[in-house]
Ligand binder design. Sequence first.
Ligand SMILES: [Zn+2]
Length: 324
Amino acid sequence: MLLDTLAGNAALKEQLSARMKGRGLSHAYLISGPEGSGKRTLARLLSAAMVCTGAQAPCGTCPGCRKTMGGIHPDVIWAGEEGKGLTVNQARELRTDAYVRPNEGERKVYIIQNAQAMNAAAQNALLKLLEEGPAYAAFLLLTDNPGAVLTTIRSRCEALKLSPVSPKEAEDYLLRRYSDKPPEEVHQKAAACGGILGRAVRELEGQGDDAVQAGGRTLLALLAKGDELSMAEWCVTLEKWDRESMGRLLARAQLLLRDALVTQGGGKAISGGEDAAAVLRAAQLPAKRLLSAVDTVEQLCAAVQFNVSSAHLAGALCARLYTP
Ligand SMILES: [Zn+2]
């Protein structure tokens, strides 16, 4: 189940999955936990569950889930920038927007980051929306300091508190996600992160040449494996990359994918070392699939030139690589 992509927090996940099977999810949640504890991950999963069209939400494979995990679902709206809360004007705009019916599905989900950083006026504008908003609208408020959120707002939301994960959970999660890194390095970061996975992830997500090259191989490996969920998880990590590095990663992937096409056609690949193995595996894919992946990556390489953000590029990569 998709909910398992959130590490640790077993009780919280049980509580939520019982709600999903039973009377359904609430229309407002206050998700709290320290920086790096998985608030955004949980918000993404809950939004996916809300817009999922599969049999068992969140299924992770329907277009609704895939678009949400890739950050491109038109009815899942992220509000509040990093480090900043919504202003009162933004809260009012959000209110107007909430009365416009969803584009694709039955629901519209607003994820409000840094809820603690909103001033009282903005919080009150939001409160009105929580109280009187349309039934299809759901709100996920994210905060690392729930005490700074007005009591009136807190009382309207169901509280979801994220906890640090155990050392064993941290290690299992990081080893699975970073199977291409030396296990000793992963082990060391897992031990040092104090159960806050975001910290370890930040340190493991370098963006140097090594990271770019490894990224190219990861893309091919995940494509060859046909594992959409892992691909979606990986694409989410790319959102934090700067655009320049993202461009290099896409260019790298393009090179490797073309090499796979050449190999498939009986030609000689130019990639060597670790890359050669990834290219060989990708060359086993049906030609049509490989061609469409080359196409997607080429288009995104071009999009980098037009100031498209990494988050959009990562989202489009996730959504399009698996579209035949
Ligand atoms: Zn789904």
